[in-house]
Design a binder for this molecule. Structure first.
Ligand code: AFP
Length: 327
C-alpha cells in the first residue's frame, strides 16, 4: 500500500510542492467528512450571495473556499491563492515559491441532491519571490503547471493527481484517513463510444458542434457507422474522472447562450488542471481547435470552450471545426 505521503516523497524532490499538495488534500478530507454528514452538518442550501461569475453560491461553495484559503494562507510555500469564488487573487507569503488556483466545489448544483461534486486545483510557479503576488502573476499558460489534480467526493473520495509526467489515483481510506494509491500511470484509450455534453444548449452551439452531435446520435445509421452513448454528471470532476477510468469525450463547447461567455468553464480553475491530467494520461484537450494548455490567459476568471478526452475523438471534433472554417 502506497500512501500519498510516500508517493510524494518518492516522486518529487520539490518539498514545497509536496507540502502544498498535502495542505490541499488535507482540506479535502474535511470537505469529504462534511459531505458525508450532509444535511446533518447544515451545509446544504444557498449561501444567499453571488460569486464573481454572478452565480448563486451554495453554503458548501463558501465553506470549501474558506477552508482552502485558511489552510493555504498558513502554508509558507504558498505565495498567493486564486479561487473561482473570489474577485481577486489573495497574496500569501512573499517568500513562497508557488501559486495555487482552485475551484473549491465543482458541480454545485449536485450538492443538494447528494450527487458527485469535487475540488479542482492547479499549482503554478511564483516568479517574483520577495514581492507580494498579484493577479497578473497567475496569468501563466497551463503548460507551466507544476501539478494539478482533483478530489472527487463520490461514493468514495478519490484524488487524481499529476506531478512530473504521471497521472495517479488515490482512494481516501475512511478508517486510516490516508490517501492510498489505487492506480498508477493512468492511460486513456484513443478511441471511445461515450460522450458528455449538455444537449439542452444545442441551438446555441456553432454548426460544427451541432454536426458532430448529430453524427453521434445517428450512430450506426450515419457517417460514424457505430453507436455512441451519453453520460452527463453536471460536475466536470465526475465526467473527467469517468474519462480517466474508461475513456470518453467531454465537451462544454462555445455557445451563444450568454453574450459574455465563450462556453461556461473557467480556464484557470477547471480547463487547465483537467487538461494537464488528460494530456498526461494520453488524451487531448482543446478549445475545439487549439490546445488549451497553450492558451495565454488574460484574466484569472476567463472562460474557454472545452473539448477533451480520448485522442481520436477530440481530433475528430477539431477536424470538423477546421473543415467548417475553411468552407
Ligand atoms: P459550478 O462551477 O457552478 O459548480 O458548475 C459546474 C460546471 O462548471 C461543470 O463542473 C459542469 O460540467 C458544468 O458546470 C455543468 O453545467 P450545466 O449546468 O450547464 O450542465
Amino acid at each position: 500500500m502506497t500512501t500519498l505521503a510516500q508517493y510524494l516523497n518518492d516522486h518529487t524532490t520539490n518539498s514545497a510542492l509536496s507540502d502544498v499538495i498535502t495542505t490541499i488534500t488535507d482540506v479535502g478530507k474535511t470537505i469529504s467528512q462534511l459531505l458525508r454528514k450532509g444535511a446533518l452538518a447544515d451545509i446544504l442550501g444557498e449561501a444567499g450571495n453571488q460569486n464573481i461569475q454572478g452565480e448563486e453560491q451554495k453554503k458548501l461553495d463558501v465553506l470549501a473556499n474558506d477552508l482552502l484559503l485558511d489552510a493555504l494562507a498558513q502554508n509558507p510555500h504558498c505565495a498567493g491563492v486564486a479561487s473561482e469564488e473570489l474577485d481577486d487573487a489573495i497574496p500569501a507569503h512573499t517568500d513562497g515559491s508557488l501559486l495555487v488556483l482552485f475551484d473549491p466545489l465543482d458541480g454545485s448544483s449536485n450538492i443538494d441532491i447528494n450527487m458527485a461534486v469535487g475540488t479542482i486545483f492547479s499549482i503554478l510557479p511564483y516568479q517574483h519571490q520577495g514581492q507580494t503576488s498579484e493577479n497578473s502573476d497567475f496569468l501563466q499558460a497551463g503548460n507551466q503547471q507544476l501539478a494539478a489534480g482533483y478530489l472527487l467526493y463520490g461514493t468514495s473520495t478519490m484524488l487524481a493527481l499529476t506531478i512530473a509526467d504521471n497521472v495517479v489515483m488515490f482512494s481516501l481510506d475512511p478508517d486510516s484517513g490516508d490517501y492510498v494509491l489505487v492506480q498508477n500511470n493512468v492511460q486513456i484509450d484513443a478511441d471511445t463510444s461515450e460522450y458528455s455534453i449538455n444537449s439542452s444548449n444545442y441551438r446555441y452551439w456553432r454548426a460544427p458542434m451541432q454536426q458532430y452531435i448529430d453524427e453521434l446520435i445517428a450512430g450506426e445509421t450515419g457517417v460514424r457507422g457505430r453507436d455512441f452513448n451519453t453520460r452527463w454528471v453536471a460536475a466536470m470532476v465526475g465526467d473527467v474522472h469517468r474519462i480517466l477510468c474508461r475513456g470518453g469525450l467531454f465537451t462544454y463547447p462555445f455557445d451563444t447562450k450568454y453574450a459574455n461567455k465563450a462556453g461556461k468553464l473557467r480556464l484557470m480553475y477547471e480547463a487547465n488542471p483537467m487538461s494537464l491530467l488528460i494530456e498526461r494520461a494520453g488524451g487531448d484537450a482543446t478549445d475545439a481547435v487549439n490546445r488549451i494548455l497553450d492558451i495565454a490567459p488574460t484574466d484569472i476568471h476567463q472562460r474557454v470552450p472545452v473539448v477533451l478526452g480520448s485522442k481520436n475523438e477530440v481530433n475528430y471534433v477539431k477536424d470538423l471545426h477546421l473543415q467548417h472554417a475553411n468552407k
